[in-house]
Ligand binder design. Structure first.
Ligand code: SF4
Ligand code: SF4
Length: 421
């Protein structure tokens, strides 16, 4: 029998920090510390120094791959399949229950806060037909509720959820949901979340009480309610994440709030809590501008210094075949009027609508052009491609935004070197 020959994966990243060699594989996510001898052996393709267990682990975790494997080509083939498959095993649907919101965030997409929704029944009928059409291969349906403030229309969430839960049960399809909320309009009980299969909640903050109230137009009580929502949900075992909207001026305030929330959740044993900084206000020109890198580094180092390493670990991105679900034909984005879009940035833009729940999906030239097909040579060879994917596709596609590769590498290296603290 021919003995397989191996080579080091192109997705191996070795970072030297604090006299240690951190080996991180960006596709499998495997992270370990290796000796200088092992690092040098990987560098010169001589694996004779590895003991048998290490060799097997390295093969299992993708650190050593078959000599003939075209790793990028294989990854790219999966990416195309995820984008174009007509027989998906999972569909992700985002539904805006209302364009209205109880706050007045300056970066709110549509800039409208007062629209009404009355298309629940048609949405249920459309989704029922759609899910039935995929019955042969479909194993999982996931709905994300968003808005505006989705909980301003909790009746709509309840009505559509119940219809989808019963349809999925009937067809033995797994159903789960998540919600993106400002956190101030709590569900009446945690049981209600369970009843509607809402497994994860994302709450958005702009900083501490003072900064959040000034930016979002919320009251101190609303800010406190959002904090309580996070703590209560986390303690109840709901998978909860806090997104901090960060621009050039509010990172210190976001860190202050993050430490309050981490202290109240992690230290009391709620393992399901995470928080992260999301860069806004960079005009879509650079995915990680210098100020954004500095803000992210400040955030992770502050968490590490305060002992919240488990949160920092969650910030290491996971490998994905597409940069986001918006690129996959099977997924649907539905606004409060029943219109379809490819991406949340497009909501409210008439020329980017791709059909609606009344007439079905429209494969317009815009729709068909929203696919990630041309991968630059530098990315084909990049050791972080599985976790980078060049950032938000819409920012690239519409604004020509670039990733700022050096900043991305620095960010990942910093997270990895903190994991061991
Ligand atoms: S954009 Fe830069 S960091 Fe990202 S995959 Fe391409 S080369 Fe790598
Ligand atoms: S393309 Fe960008 S903005 Fe649109 S859904 Fe994906 S990550 Fe979000």
């Amino acid at each position: 029998m021919t003995q397989l020959k191996y080579k080091p994966s192109i997705y191996n990243n070795i970072y030297r920090k604090n006299d240690k060699n951190y080996l991180y594989h960006s596709f499998s996510g495997h992270l370990c510390i290796i000796t200088d001898e092992y690092r040098e052996a990987l560098g010169r393709n001589d694996f004779s120094v590895f003991d048998e267990d290490t060799r097997k682990t390295f093969i299992r975790k993708g650190i050593l791959v078959n000599e003939t494997l075209d790793e990028f080509g294989s990854f790219y083939a999966h990416s195309l399949n995820s984008q174009f498959t007509a027989d998906p095993s999972a569909v992700f649907i985002m539904i805006s229950t209302t364009g209205g919101c109880n706050y007045h965030c300056p970066y709110y997409l549509q800039g409208k806060h007062d629209e009404e929704r009355d298309v629940e029944d048609r949405t249920i009928r459309y989704l029922t037909e759609y899910i039935r059409s995929l019955q042969k291969t479909l194993k999982k349906v996931h709905i994300t509720w968003f808005g505006g403030e989705p909980l301003a229309k909790d009746g709509c969430i309840e009505k559509i959820s119940k219809a989808m839960i019963s349809l999925c049960e009937e067809n033995r399809i797994e159903y789960a949901a998540s919600i993106i909320t400002d956190g101030s309009l709590l569900f009446p009980s945690i049981n209600k979340l369970h009843e509607l299969h809402i497994r994860s909640v994302q709450v958005t903050f702009d900083g501490n009480e003072e900064v959040s109230c000034a930016r979002k137009g919320c009251t101190e009580i609303q800010h406190r309610l959002a904090e309580c929502a996070v703590i209560i949900y986390a303690k109840a075992g709901i998978d909860i994440s806090v997104r901090f909207n960060v621009d050039e001026s509010n990172i210190d305030s976001c860190i202050e709030e993050a430490i309050i929330l981490c202290s109240e959740t992690i230290r009391t044993g709620a393992a399901s809590f995470r928080c992260y900084p999301a860069l806004i206000g960079n005009g879509g020109k650079e995915i990680i501008p210098d100020w954004g890198l500095n803000a992210k580094l400040k955030f992770i180092h502050a968490l590490a210094e305060n002992g919240f390493i488990s949160i920092v670990k969650h910030l290491l991105p996971k490998a994905r075949f597409t940069s986001c679900g918006a690129l996959c034909d099977a997924n649907i984005y539905i606004d409060e009027k029943g219109n379809f879009f490819r991406c949340e940035h497009h909501v409210g833009c008439k020329e980017k609508e791709c059909g609606n729940v009344f007439t079905g999906k429209t494969y317009s030239s815009f729709y068909n052009s929203f696919h990630d097909l041309t991968i630059p040579e530098k990315c084909r060879k990049c050791s972080l491609y599985p976790v980078c994917r060049q950032g938000c596709f819409d920012d690239r596609f519409q604004n020509g935004a670039s990733m700022n590769c050096e900043n991305f590498h620095t960010y990942i290296e910093n997270i990895i070197s903190l994991m061991d603290t």
